[in-house]
Design a protein around this ligand. Structure first.
Ligand SMILES: [Zn+2]
Length: 325
C-alpha cells in the first residue's frame, strides 16, 4: 500500500515541481552559506563576503515565482479553438466565465437602463444579424451559448460581446456598418472573441505575468533603487505590450478570421468585411476613430489577412447556399 502511494506521488507532476523548487532553493541557500564560510577562512574582506551571500539569495523569490507559474501552467485547462485549431491555456471553467459575463452584462444594463430600446428598426436589424451569426457559430462550437443582445440608443459607435455571449450594441455603430453585412462583420468579430474564450485566456496570461512580476520584484529588493527602477521599467513595458492590452494581436487576428467565417456561414458576402475595415481606416484618417476601435488596434495587416482568408470564407458561403442533398 505504501509503495502504491509513493508511486502515485512520484508520477504526480505537482509533487515533482515542488521537489525541484525545494531543491533549487536549498542549493541556492547552501551555495550562499558555503561562499560565506569559504571566504571567512581565507581573507578578511567582510564587504565582499556580504555581496557573495546576497547575490544568490536574490534569486529565491524569482525561483518561487517560476515554480508557481509551472504549477499554474500544469493545472490550467488546454483548449483547442474549433475554428482555427489554435491551442491556448485557461484556468476558468465555462460556467465561471459565463457568470463573469452575466455580472458584467447586468452592470451594463443597469448603467444604460434609460437608453436600452426594445423595438424598432435598429433592434430588428441587430437581432436578425445576431440570430444568424449565433446559428453559424453553433455549427462548430464545443460550448453552448445563450446569446442575448441589448441595443442602446446612443451616438456611441460601439459594440461588444461579454464572455458567455452577452452582446451590447450602441446604435451609433449602425451608420458606420452601413448595411447588414457590415454589422455582421462587427458582431461576428465580437462574438468570435467570446466563443474563442479570449477573456479567460487574457485573465490567465495576466495572472502568469503578475506572478512573475511579483517574483522579480522580490528578487530585486536588494538592488539599489536606480537599478531596480530600470529593470522594472523594462519589465513593465514588456508586460504592457504582451498581456496588459485588452486583446492581444493574436486574439484580434483570430477574431477577424473566425468572424469572417461566421458571417459567410450566416449567408453574408465576406468581401463586405474588407469594405467595412476600409471604412474604419477612413474614420481614423478623419481623426474620429469609433469607440469600437479603441479596444481593437488597427494594423496594416488586417485587410491583407482578410484577403488571405477570403477563399476559405467563400467556400463557407457557397456551402451554406448549396441546396441540401
Ligand atoms: Zn476585437
Amino acid at each position: 500500500m505504501k509503495d502504491y502511494i509513493l508511486l502515485n506521488c512520484l508520477t504526480n507532476v505537482h509533487f515533482i515541481i515542488f521537489i525541484c523548487l525545494f531543491v533549487c532553493i536549498c542549493s541556492i541557500d547552501l551555495f550562499a552559506r558555503l561562499s560565506q564560510h569559504k571566504g571567512s577562512s581565507e581573507i578578511k574582506m567582510p564587504i565582499k563576503l556580504e555581496r557573495k551571500h546576497a547575490l544568490p539569495m536574490t534569486l529565491v523569490p524569482i525561483m518561487m515565482a517560476l515554480g508557481f507559474v509551472l504549477f499554474k501552467l500544469y493545472t490550467a485547462s488546454k483548449i483547442t479553438n474549433p475554428e482555427t485549431g489554435r491551442v491556448s491555456r485557461i484556468n476558468l471553467k465555462p460556467e465561471q466565465e459565463l457568470q463573469l459575463g452575466i455580472e458584467a452584462y447586468a452592470q451594463v444594463k443597469k448603467d444604460e437602463a434609460s437608453k436600452i430600446i426594445q423595438s424598432g428598426r435598429d433592434v430588428d436589424l441587430v437581432k436578425r444579424v445576431t440570430t444568424k451569426l449565433a446559428a453559424a457559430a453553433a455549427q462548430r462550437a464545443t460550448v453552448h451559448y445563450n446569446w442575448e443582445v441589448s441595443v442602446v440608443q446612443s451616438h456611441e459607435k460601439n459594440a461588444f460581446c461579454l464572455p458567455g455571449g452577452k452582446i451590447v450594441v450602441y446604435t451609433g455603430i449602425i451608420p458606420i456598418a452601413q448595411n447588414e453585412a457590415g454589422l455582421a462583420t462587427v458582431l461576428g468579430h465580437e462574438m468570435a472573441h467570446a466563443t474563442s474564450r479570449h477573456s479567460a485566456e487574457r485573465l490567465f496570461r495576466s495572472d502568469i505575468t503578475q506572478t512573475l512580476l511579483g517574483g522579480v520584484q522580490g528578487s530585486l529588493a536588494q538592488l539599489d533603487p536606480s537599478q531596480k527602477q530600470a529593470v522594472m521599467a523594462a519589465l513593465g513595458a514588456g508586460a504592457k505590450y504582451g498581456s496588459a492590452l485588452p486583446f492581444s494581436r493574436e486574439q484580434e487576428s483570430e477574431a477577424d478570421h473566425i468572424g469572417l467565417l461566421y458571417m459567410a456561414r450566416a449567408g453574408y458576402d465576406p468581401k463586405e468585411a474588407v469594405a467595412f475595415w476600409q471604412r474604419m481606416d477612413e474614420q481614423i484618417g478623419k481623426g474620429s476613430p469609433p469607440e469600437f476601435l479603441s479596444d481593437h488596434p488597427s494594423h496594416g495587416k488586417r485587410i491583407e489577412q482578410l484577403r488571405k482568408w477570403m477563399p476559405e470564407a467563400e467556400q463557407e458561403l457557397a456551402h451554406n447556399r448549396a441546396p441540401a442533398a
